[in-house]
Design a protein around this ligand. Structure first.
Ligand code: TYD
Ligand code: MG
Length: 462
């Protein structure tokens, strides 16, 4: 790049987005080879010194005078999706829907558009599938495509031009990784392209009032050249989660300028598309549950929604020099800590044993309130005791074996009661004012108290 003035040419890593002033073969940040692409950056000094032309002026407003009427939301047709969005689609907002390939992003977008076509001008842009494939899917989903505009185009400026020509009010870009901006030299899917295409679409949303839904794949490693670099550009970030082997799918809000984060929507993938699950707790619990060592029901609270899930643990003697620690749906670091607490304070032999923790239904536990359920399941499996099938638990476990209070106690208990549970083991510092009638509370302040209660129960049974 001899001859160009320094500071004008920059290199950006397509994998992690880091910037270098000269081309290098391997990225120092992420270690990826051959990932740098040239971009032309404006010289900082010339940017700093440049002044707007005198004719150009901007004007501020008083915050109190800004009208709030503009946030009239429209229903997407899927109540669970509206709940995650904070009450429906906001005009002029940009939503990013990320998730593994094949999880159901295109299906959701099409179902949403199928509903919105009756009230809005909708446009589905597919850079991935042919129009015929989309038509076939729509037929399978029972969607009449009479009022749905579809466009097989990859160049983002042509897309926004067309959307503006037809006066689109809802635009789906499926997927952002297949689009490109003609002025960026790198290929579609690179960080520079993904970022530029997304900001073009977001700018279009803001100035036209069209709601834009960007679909993005997450790669196996966590998806750098995709959704991650876009999170700050859009208003709402939704992630599709779920286990491919199970039918259930969760949509979780990671960021939402128009609602609560961590809100979740629950769907099931069926023969004819995604169906909303109105009573998700019953679905995460195995049918006809009976008390079994290592199985404990935990009452999660995700944003405004309580949910019951079954946590299973297995502690078994290990033939290996380094016993296995396997977690599905739970943080392995946190598991290490809970095992240390069990070992130290309850003298449970876990050191030379394999430990497996599984959260049923493909749910990922993120709350510290799950500690007590995981610890109880581990303890129950290690000493071969059953935790009563009619009981749920929640609480945070501290390093000295104390049980700490967690938020939303009452809401969790009401969810448990509504599903027929009769008892809950909870931190003693969680005060429950409105207890469902006939519901029993076992308040504990340490793991030792939990063990006493379980031992008393098993002696009564035996
Ligand atoms: P898709 O929406 O194409 O996933 P993504 O856009 O996230 O890559 O959905 C893919 C899966 O869903 C596919 O494996 C088939 C399945 N599916 C159903 O089970 N039922 C249906 O009605 C549809 C349309 C898809
Ligand atoms: Mg798709």
């Amino acid at each position: 790049m001899v001859g160009k003035s320094p500071g004008k040419v920059k290199y950006i890593c397509d994998h992690c987005g880091s910037i270098a002033s000269k081309w290098v073969g391997q990225c120092a940040q992420c270690g990826e080879w051959n990932s740098f692409t040239e971009v032309i950056a404006q010289d900082r000094r010339s940017l700093r010194d440049s002044k707007p032309s005198p004719a150009k002026r901007t004007k501020s407003s008083m915050l109190g005078d800004v009208s709030l009427d503009t946030v009239a939301r429209s229903a997407s047709g899927l109540f669970e999706l509206d709940r995650v969005l904070g009450g429906g689609l906001v005009p002029g907002s940009a939503i990013l829907l990320g998730g593994d390939p094949g999880i159901g992003k295109s299906t959701l977008a099409l179902q949403c558009i199928g509903h919105l076509q009756h009230t809005q001008q909708v446009l589905y842009v597919s850079g991935e599938e042919s129009l015929q494939q989309i038509a076939m899917r729509a037929e399978r989903l029972g969607i009449d495509g009479a009022d749905i505009h579809v466009l097989g185009e990859n160049e983002v400026q042509l897309i926004t031009q067309h959307a503006s020509d037809i006066g689109a009010q809802f635009l789906v870009a499926d997927s952002i990784q297949t689009l490109f901006h003609a002025e960026i030299p790198s290929g579609p899917g690179s960080v520079a392209q993904v970022r530029e295409c997304a900001s073009t679409l977001v700018a279009f949303a803001k100035q036209s009032g069209c709601t834009v839904l960007l679909i993005g794949h997450v790669t196996k490693e966590g998806g750098i050249a995709g959704p991650k670099v876009l999170e700050h550009l859009v208003d709402t970030v939704l992630y599709f989660e779920g286990d491919h082997s199970s039918r259930f799918r969760l949509i979780r809000a990671f960021k939402n300028r128009y609602g609560t984060v961590n809100e979740i929507g629950v769907f099931a993938m069926t023969e004819d598309g995604l169906r909303e699950v109105s009573n998700p707790s019953s679905m995460f619990l195995s049918q006809g549950r009976e008390a079994a060592p290592g199985s404990v029901v935990f009452a999660i609270q995700e944003a405004t929604r309580p949910l019951l899930v079954e946590v299973q643990a297995l502690v078994d003697s290990s033939p290996l020099a380094h016993p296995r620690r396997v977690c599905v749906g739970f943080d392995p670091q946190r598991l290490g800590m809970l095992l240390a607490v069990l070992h130290r304070h309850l003298e449970v032999p876990v050191v030379e044993r394999d430990v497996f923790v599984n959260v049923a239904g493909g749910i990922r536990l993120t709350e510290t309130a799950a500690d007590l359920a995981v610890t109880t399941a581990l303890y129950a499996s290690a000493v071969n005791r059953s935790f009563p099938a009619n009981t749920v638990c929640f609480g945070e476990v501290g390093l000295s074996g104390e049980i700490r209070p967690v938020p939303w106690g009452e809401s969790r208990i009401h969810e448990a009661a509504s599903l027929g549970f009769e008892c809950a083991v909870i931190p003693s510092r969680n005060k429950i004012k409105n207890l469902p009638s006939g519901f029993e509370i076992v308040s504990i302040s340490s793991l030792a108290e939990l063990v006493d209660w379980m031992e008393a129960g098993s002696q009564a049974d035996g």
